[in-house]
Design a binder for this molecule. Sequence first.
Ligand code: C5P
Length: 400
Amino acid sequence: MLAGKKILLAVCGSIAAYKSAFLVRLLVKKGAKVQVIMTNSAKDFITPLTLSTLSKNPVHSDFFEEKSGQWQSHVELGLWADIMLIAPASANTLAKLANGLCDNLLSAVYLSARCPILIAPAMDLDMYQHPATKANIDRLLSFGNHLIDAEDGELASGLSGQGRMADPENILAYVEAFLAPERPLSGKKVVITSGPTHEAIDAVRFIGNHSSGKMGAALAEACRDAGAKVTFITGPVHALPPNNTISIQQVKSAGEMFEAAQKSFKDADVGIFAAAVSDYRPKESYSNKKKKDGHSFSIELIENPDIAAELGKNKRKNQITVGFALETDQEQQNAQKKLQNKNFDLIALNSLNDEGAGFAHETNKVTVFDRHNNHYDFELKSKKEVASDIVNLIAKELNA
Ligand code: C5P
């Protein structure tokens, strides 16, 4: 996919610059032609020799090449590239680019480039969270640039949080998806429900469940990578997918989730119902905190709307719905019954009996059933890989 593609990799001064060596190697291995620009401070972290050797091209840093006595044309570099990939992008460079400063080769090339620009930031978590950095990123996105969001994890400072540059493998996947001529869900709108719902008992207590929302988040990212416009409706969870490329709506109860899903599904092509919606809610909820009074206390529960079933009832001919079934017994029969009852086009069954599958795990093992009596058994895989298998089946269904 990358054969012959011209990628201009811009490297800023960040400890993550060492990962650029791996990135260059991955891109070159895929057949891309890579030229590298380094800021002067990037050279404190990795040598130009490393990157010129791996890219098989001289590294550019200055407007004026002392050795050859030649002027380095920033315009030419910008015009040469099919994409400019700034990885790692430091807070300082983000601030410069957001404000049109061009006091070094990298920023001058950025300003004159006509190709798409992909930005993979890297910095400490507090710098990443700072309103100034956030505003700079928003501004850069509003100019039409693309963000490869920083990942969560251990940082060079010893702190832990969001700020580390996306893994080179993930950057490669993003670049490949970005440059793919036609992606499987290009131009499609996908609505995803995800996570648990919280049904209020009183001002502080609720009925909920253990759904982590990880499968839904992986699906949102996989659909986005497949070219879809994604609306992600999520109950209360700890981690959300990056919100710059996915439209996120946060809700609490099944009622709120239903309302949001109804609105978004109207003009959607695909609905994926990955939420663990509470089947019941307290008939009444107390607006204050309920005090104990020495007596037993019972809560009358009433049924919540079945979001997937309700939206499935009136779906248009070309709308596809996908559901999940988490079962403990008579798994296959129950999943197929749900496919019929909720008018799904596809249903992914995961069994609580399978080790490593279901709630809170990083992995999942699913069997997907369709309406034509086909079923697809998948191995235990990362939720990301499961999501991409499901996306491929959705694409197949849309083309059927
Ligand atoms: O009936 P059960 O809860 O097992 O069905 C699971 C499927 O239905 C999932 O896709 C889930 O997101 C969806 N569902 C829903 N609204 C409910 C209950 C389940 O959308 N109230």
